[in-house]
Write a protein that binds this ligand. Structure first.
Ligand code: NAP
Length: 376
């Protein structure tokens, strides 16, 4: 067994300690940990309400999947330099008033060699920041992994308590089902509602939910007077499935915020990758030289439009999402420089004509493969 962190002398279990039975033994006890206090730097006007919940988050959040991960990102290894860069990304985001962070219990799972859990890192960054900036307010979103052996509503609360322990927090702002359960989904939704009622989370959401599943989840939570705040799905200029499969329209109709993951297509929309300069790791299989060649006309136009606003392609790609309203992108930042660039996506907007033009140009690009759980 590998333990990640000690908070007030209570043991936190790493995700990998959960056996197929989902049993964690009895060693996890309720822990009182310090909550994160309020922030003075973030302007309220820069925040949006998440769906029908009372939770207000910044119009752009930061994804923390790559922090500590060795299964997809970071060339399969994690070291002190990458840790320093990830902390730099966190601090630069907060410095610029971006205080919404997305993580998950499976990010940086110890099942992957050398990894460090992303929740543990995020919790550490928050704690360290609080030392010099006690008033800082950070909104944390994390996720429940709907693994086939996890049954019943109580498995949601049990996993949430482990996440809180790793984060070193007594509550999180948003708790999401990472993907729909193959079975037992009704129980998971009840578990989400239990989490709100127990005061451990402020709002709840789902992720990778189809239109049908989204409507069912919304209805079920409504019966318990709890709004479904968000659906986190893959959405970017070159991955527009939510526009085609009814998810975006259903979010708008039901007042559910669409949280857009992989909003810069894992770096492809920044313009830095070319057929001669491919991304590292598994991304090479998605963003191939052929794909990047086809992407060029869209990137050229994104660059041109960006120049007229003094903005980079990354900022244009993110603004295309933010300007739609009801969409909150959560780009992943590995360094302070990347996070700083994201901040420049806020505070201005593309015109409707520019947005339509980019969408139409993007439709010439063959869609990349998504996460199959979207179709469960
Ligand atoms: N719910 C789900 O199933 C799910 C699935 C995927 C992601 N997510 C969430 O969404 C977040 C974001 O998605 P993502 O990480 O897949 O993709 P993304 O945000 O589209 O891309 C992030 C990557 O782009 C590169 N990058 C970032 N900023 C840049 C900049 N300013 N200039 C140039 N390159 C830059 C970095 O990689 P390099 O520097 O190595 O190029 C970075 O890791 C995740 O962290 C996670 O929280 C959720």
């Amino acid at each position: 067994m590998v333990l990640h962190v000690h908070v007030n002398n209570y043991r936190c279990f790493s995700f990998s300690e959960l056996g197929p039975s989902g049993s964690r033994g009895r060693a996890l006890r309720r822990t009182r940990v310090r909550a994160v206090a309020s922030d003075s730097a973030t302007k309220e006007g820069e925040k949006v309400k998440l769906g029908g919940s009372e939770l207000r988050v910044t119009k752009l959040g930061i994804g923390a999947w790559s922090w500590g991960d060795t299964s997809y990102w970071n060339n399969f290894e994690w070291d002190d330099r990458k840790l320093k860069d990830a902390k730099g990304a966190f601090d630069a985001s907060v410095d610029r008033g971006i205080t919404f962070f997305d993580t998950a219990e499976v990010y940086g799972s110890r099942l992957s060699f050398g990894a460090i859990n992303s929740e543990t890192l995020l919790g550490r960054f928050i704690k360290e920041r609080k030392v010099k900036d006690p008033e800082v307010e950070v909104a944390v979103a994390t996720k429940f992994a709907a693994l086939p052996w996890r049954l019943g509503r109580q498995s949601v609360l049990a996993a949430l308590k482990d996440s809180l322990c790793r984060l070193g927090l007594s509550t999180v702002e948003l708790y999401q089902l990472h993907w729909p359960g193959i079975w037992g989904n009704e129980g998971y939704l009840d578990g989400l509602a239990d989490a709100v009622e127990s005061g451990l989370v402020k709002a709840v959401g789902v992720s990778n939910y189809s239109e049908r599943r989204l409507r069912e989840a919304h209805e079920k939570l409504k019966k318990r007077n709890i709004p479904l705040a968000s659906n986190q799905v893959n959405y970017s200029l070159i991955y527009r499935l939510p526009e085609e499969n009814g998810v975006k329209a259903a979010c708008d109709e039901l007042g559910i915020t669409l949280i857009a993951y992989s909003p810069i297509a894992q770096g492809a929309l920044t313009g830095k990758y070319t057929p001669e300069n491919l991304p590292s790791g598994p991304r090479r299989r998605i963003y191939t030289p052929e794909f990047l060649t086809k992407l060029r006309p869209l990137l050229n136009r994104i660059t041109d439009i960006g120049q007229s606003y003094n903005k980079t392609p990354t900022q244009v790609a993110l603004n295309w999402l933010i300007s739609q309203g009801n969409v909150v992108p959560i780009p992943g930042a590995k360094s302070a420089e990347q996070a700083e660039e994201f901040a420049g996506a806020l505070g201005w907007r593309l015109t409707e004509e520019e947005m339509d033009e980019l969408r139409s140009l993007a439709s010439d690009t063959k869609p990349v493969i998504g996460f199959p759980v979207e179709n469960l």
